[in-house]
Ligand binder design. Sequence first.
Ligand SMILES: Cc1ncc(COP(=O)(O)O)c(C=O)c1O
Length: 365
Amino acid sequence: MLPAWNSRIRAYPPGKPVEEVERELGHSAVKLASNENPLGPSPKAVEAVQKSLEGISYYPDGQGYYLRQKLAEIHGLEMNQIILGAGSTDLIELAAKTLLEDGDGGITAESAFYIYRLAIEEMGGTLTQVPLREQTFDLPAIAHAVTPRTRIIYLANPNNPTGTMFTADEMDRFLAALSPRVLVVLDEAYCDYVGRSDYSHSVDYARRGLNVLVLRTFSKVYGLAGLRIGYGMGHAELIEALNRIRSPFNANSVAQTAALAALDDREHVAKSVESNAREMKFLTQELTLLGIHYTPSVGNFLLIDTGRDCEADFMRLLHEGVIVRPMKLYGFPTGLRVTVGARGQNEAFLEALRRIAAAPARVGK
Ligand SMILES: Cc1ncc(COP(=O)(O)O)c(C=O)c1O
């Protein structure tokens, strides 16, 4: 017998893999659906992966010693303030698993990364979703929604799918007024792309021992999404509590090695960020020329509004060989989220968009 909440949950719908499009439609596609790095990983990470393959008959270092040591050094934290995950998704779920008992409260925004609500619901928690304000997390409204049963709050900065951010000052004010018994999970998956000086100083919260878990990932700017590796930073007692129930070998050996090498290649990160900035400018200029509305984004993706049913547009773009993400589930029935790709990919997307705008009758199955 399944618990009642299980059948109420809707599984996370991921970006469509290229192989699936090939299988179903018989043609290849450009994938701009999951905010991956179009430049791929650092060549140094690839080389490290190749070397590490010799050791895959052994279990990984369950403590992730060297990677945590390096991350501690980079962020000016102690090693016991860092935890590794199989992607940050793993840690989003682990936080809810650690904190929530049946009926406890979890808060996030209405239009935020779907895994937050899933993590709360999976633990039988009471989910509160606060509407965005001007497409951004509404921190005062979230503070207002806190009840004595609230245990966890998930914030994304920048937010996915809107690409908007809140400032470090806004976050400071939010934390100052919040009960320290509530854990704030601050997900900064896209932090490397943000060029603004008023953006987050989240690692300070971990240094100061505030009840905040800062999440980062190697899936975005580091181009290692397929290896599943991310990390969390927080006060030592929090990390210890998470570690008690963490799956013992959640960060695999190949991923740990790749992440270590990727951290050393600052040039690749800089190149990736520059490419994103250049291509974001190109895409937004072209969308403006096409008269398509978009939400200005500080990340590596854009939420666009075609004014038409997003599921139908998603299918039509798929037939044109471009995979994007329909945003109905996130509260945008006419919204598509598109990753900022390399120039050729962005051109392919724009060309496909022009074609479907010119032939609105063709709706694919
Ligand atoms: C806001 C946000 N957090 C976390 C993730 C997941 O990252 P990971 O691959 O590290 O699990 C994503 C992926 O799209 C995301 O958009």
